[in-house]
Design a protein around this ligand. Structure first.
Ligand SMILES: Nc1nc2c(ncn2[C@@H]2O[C@H](COP(=O)(O)OP(=O)(O)OP(=O)(O)O)[C@@H](O)[C@H]2O)c(=O)[nH]1
Ligand SMILES: [Zn+2]
Length: 198
């Protein structure tokens, strides 16, 4: 089954949304009645709702649904989490990877919940900096770990397909709380995420 196909099927689209997309297609000079475009307003509406479904999801609840008491208190790192978001200025995609670590403080979280909360915040109109902070704050406030770190590396289509048209620039943002504010802990995390598994 394709990635998150289930959620895509459950999206309800109103005629208002479809008609707005129809108007945009007309405005760019296309023929909305030609065969290939007949269903496009509906498809585009569904795609936009899917890509912004994070507004209707509660990241803290997702974490809370799988928190377990455990005495492990070393760093837990989930790296190379792919993410797709939309820049709030142009509504064009930015995409890349998130690397997330935390040091438990009596509780661990189900590993899959970390990529899930990345998606909750990524599927909104975003800037990369706020996306980074929201993931960081959510883990910090909900799991209350000894520390949490988030690094996001992303390419922005609004800088590639239009505007400045730079194809190879990658933007890196990061945020650190608790133990990761200490330089040694932060460096250990940065070293571990930059190492390739052999
Ligand atoms: N800080 C930050 N800027 C972003 C992000 N996504 C897009 N932008 C930038 O948002 C800015 C919007 O600037 P404006 O000058 O208002 O828009 P614009 O005329 O379309 O700018 P250009 O892209 O330079 O053509 C641009 O510099 C984009 O590169 C992001 O995640 N973080
Ligand atoms: Zn943009």
């Amino acid at each position: 089954m394709p990635y998150n196909k289930f959620e895509e099927y459950n999206i309800n689209i109103t005629d208002d949304t479809k008609n707005r997309f129809k108007d945009i297609i007309k405005d760019i000079g296309e023929d909305v009645e030609r065969e290939g475009l007949l269903k496009t307003p509906e498809r585009a509406s569904k795609a936009m709702k899917f890509l912004t479904q994070g507004y209707h999801q509660d990241a803290a609840e997702i974490l809370k649904s799988a928190m377990f008491k455990e005495s492990y208190n070393e760093m837990v790192i989930v790296k190379d989490i792919e993410l797709y978001s939309l820049c709030e200025h142009h509504m064009l995609p930015f995409f890349g990877k998130a690397h997330i670590a935390y040091i438990p403080n009596g509780q661990i979280v189900g590993l899959s919940k970390i990529p899930r909360i990345v998606d909750v915040f990524a599927r909104r109109l975003q800037v990369q900096e706020r996306l980074t902070e929201q993931i960081l704050d959510c883990i910090n406030d909900t799991l209350k770990p000894q520390g949490v770190a988030v690094v996001i590396e992303a390419s922005h289509m609004c800088m590639m397909m239009r505007g400045v048209q730079k194809q190879n620039s990658v933007t890196t943002t990061s945020g650190f709380r608790g133990q990761f504010e200490k330089i040694e802990t932060r460096n250990e995390f940065l070293k571990l995420i930059s190492e390739k598994l052999s």
